[in-house]
Design a protein around this ligand. Structure first.
Ligand SMILES: [Ca+2]
Ligand SMILES: [Ca+2]
Length: 206
């Protein structure tokens, strides 16, 4: 994972590399209220891909790193930080179907407190393949939105999931039960995509 700082003129100031023993990939970055820097992604530990969260101070000094995951592939694709500096990672976890020998991609959400202590995780339990590529808190910080895709009879549709964080219960094992609400963007997405391609085709014909 590589973190590079440029000044406002685009001149490189410094860079930092976090190199785990295996494969590493950085897919998200965010700052907290004190301008500490967090990068997220995936790191391979003994053949097991895990979500990875790394903290640097504002001058780029390494502070700590955390990993989370199950036995299958776990990839963090985005990070959101609230005004109290609690950290949320969103991504995808490859979960084995009980009694079967196949895996299904599921949307996963992991919460750390401001000191980097793991608080809870939630894996969205749907039977079809899903994935998360971005997440964002709303202004109340009581709700979080995860954007990604969901498999729908052989093709993928855009998916937006809303979680209400306040009042959700945490099980003893750290798993969190949170009701989720799918906000389907499929129709909007399809219209926007169609409009884009129609415009592109018309432009190319001219
Ligand atoms: Ca590496
Ligand atoms: Ca894993």
């Amino acid at each position: 994972m590589c973190l590079i700082k440029y000044n406002s003129s685009g001149d490189k100031q410094w860079h930092r590399i976090r190199d785990g023993v295996g494969w590493d990939l950085c897919t998200g970055i965010s700052l907290d209220s004190s301008e500490n820097i967090y990068i997220v992604g995936t790191t391979e530990i003994s053949g097991n891909n895990q979500m990875c969260l790394v903290k640097f101070d504002p001058s780029g000094q390494y502070q700590w790193n955390k990993t989370w995951g199950e036995a299958g592939d776990d990839m963090a694709m985005g990070i959101a930080i609230d005004s109290s500096d609690n950290i949320y990672l969103g991504g995808t976890s490859d979960i084995e179907v009980p009694l079967m020998h196949w895996h299904v991609g599921k949307i996963s959400l992991v919460n750390y407190d401001s000191s980097g202590q793991y608080q809870w995780d939630h894996i969205r339990d749907e039977t079809q393949n899903e994935g998360c590529f971005a997440l964002e808190l709303d202004s109340t910080e009581e709700n979080i939105y995860l954007a990604g895709l969901t498999e729908n009879i052989g093709h993928n549709d855009t998916l937006l999931v809303k979680y209400k964080l306040i009042g959700a219960s945490t099980n003893g094992d750290g798993k969190k039960d949170i009701p989720s609400y799918d906000i389907f963007l499929i129709i909007i997405f399809t219209c926007v995509t169609l409009t884009y391609f129609i415009k592109k085709i018309r432009k190319e014909k001219k």
